[in-house]
Write a protein that binds this ligand. Sequence first.
Ligand code: MD6
Ligand code: FE
Length: 219
Amino acid sequence: MMPSNQGLFPSEAPLGERVELSQGAVLLRGFAASEVPALVEAVDEIQALAPFRRMITPGGHRMSVAMTNCGEAGWVTDRTGYRYDSRDPETGRPWPPMPDLLKKLAGRAAAAGGFSRFVPDVCLINRYNPGTRLSLHQDRDEHDYQQPIVSVSIGLPAVFLFGGGERTERPRRIRVESGDVAVWGGPARLNFHGVAPLRDGFDPLVGNCRINLTFRKAL
Ligand code: MD6
Ligand code: FE
């Protein structure tokens, strides 16, 4: 019989494990694990230029997730709607450039997930504090749905909610940990997804939060 993972702590899940979430969506466990310290440094530099902020949805609610961006544009929301903007509305300046380390990691992860030649132009950076959640949504503000999305988890573990093409489909719940990378595209590109309320905890590198990097080819 195959040895089961029972009795292991979740962080002892074998590195390099691939979890198929659905056709076109895969979780690459530990794919970015060795790069997490460098990613945290990169995020620190970005947030010094473009601070995390909680944006307002078109419906008038303040998001519980704090966001910033790097790259040629950034995902923003305000009372007028969602969009990609080449400037940070808070500072009026262009978003910080995407560090090469991030761009290359995203390209390698996409290839490992079955999408070759992915070159992201935008990286949305989400910060979750305990209690923070992201409700079920589709990512549909990008021009080309042929392009996949690469999503890197850093810091505290979270429960990622992964549904289908209809909001009514009950989402699957999957634990994501620091260094895990989700890659998603093709038939899964418009699937509903979200993040369950973050549990309190302490991560040695980032403290009591989770950071998510979402790479897109948006423009
Ligand atoms: C998050 N992620 O994990 C939120 N979207 O913090 C997303 O909304 C997301 O992880 C599209 C593809 C992958 C994702
Ligand atoms: Fe999303």
